[in-house]
Design a protein around this ligand. Structure first.
Ligand SMILES: [Zn+2]
Ligand SMILES: [Zn+2]
Length: 209
């Protein structure tokens, strides 16, 4: 089965440009649409599998590529970017095609030291890049993205609340338990221990005050 062709991808219901008008070099990209066409062509030629899955499944461009301006030593230049590794190309593919679910930018994108590479902080649900934004994911720093971390904390809290309170069990219970039950109990014990440790650390702190 042949993959999608360039003009299958639409920005405001039309292709970015005709196939023979795609800039062949970065220096020839004079506006956001031309740069996006150039990036899209690079993504289509990418050897990274996941990029192709995104391109197969998405045809509507939701935002144009907008490279962050970096100010260093008094001068301003575009942030560096390339698609040398899969995560970088994937981050750009997400940037082009994914709606974002967070309104506020992550701490990393908001920082004055942010190197982008894109202007917008784009993040989705925790099943996409584990909830990290495209800039952090691009930079290999997805794990530390403040949005991903917040989603992880919320999920852990949800799981903790979903567990029944641990009330102990007998040897009989243990003998009859299925593997699944044992795993569940282990998590309950774990949650109970962390709660007790947390409480005792808190009371120690209070005693010290
Ligand atoms: Zn961000
Ligand atoms: Zn981030």
């Amino acid at each position: 089965m042949a993959g999608p062709v360039f003009t299958d991808f639409k920005w405001n219901d039309r292709p970015l440009c005709a196939e023979d008008e795609i800039p062949s070099a970065l220096e020839d990209c004079h506006d956001a649409e031309a740069l996006t066409a150039y990036v899209l062509k690079l993504l289509m030629a990418s050897k990274h599998n996941y990029v192709h899955i995104v391109l197969e499944e998405h045809k509507n461009i939701v935002r144009l590529i907008d490279i962050k301006k970096i100010t260093r030593h008094g001068g301003t230049r575009d942030a560096d970017w390339n698609f040398h590794i899969a995560a970088r190309a994937t981050a750009f593919a997400y940037y082009l095609f994914f709606d974002k679910t967070e309104i506020e930018a992550c701490q990393q994108c908001n920082s004055q030291h942010s190197k982008g590479p894109c202007v917008e902080c784009v993040s989705s649900t925790s099943d996409i890049m584990s909830g990290a934004c495209t800039n952090c994911y691009y930079s290999g720093n997805g794990r530390n993205c403040s949005i991903r971390k917040r989603l992880e904390r919320e999920k852990a809290e949800e799981e903790r609340l979903a567990l029944p309170k641990f009330n102990g069990f007998s040897q009989e219970d243990l003998k009859e338990a299925t593997d699944e039950q044992l795993v569940k109990w282990l998590r309950m014990i774990d949650a109970a221990i962390s709660q007790r440790v947390g409480e005792s650390m808190l009371s120690k702190k209070r005693r010290r005050l």
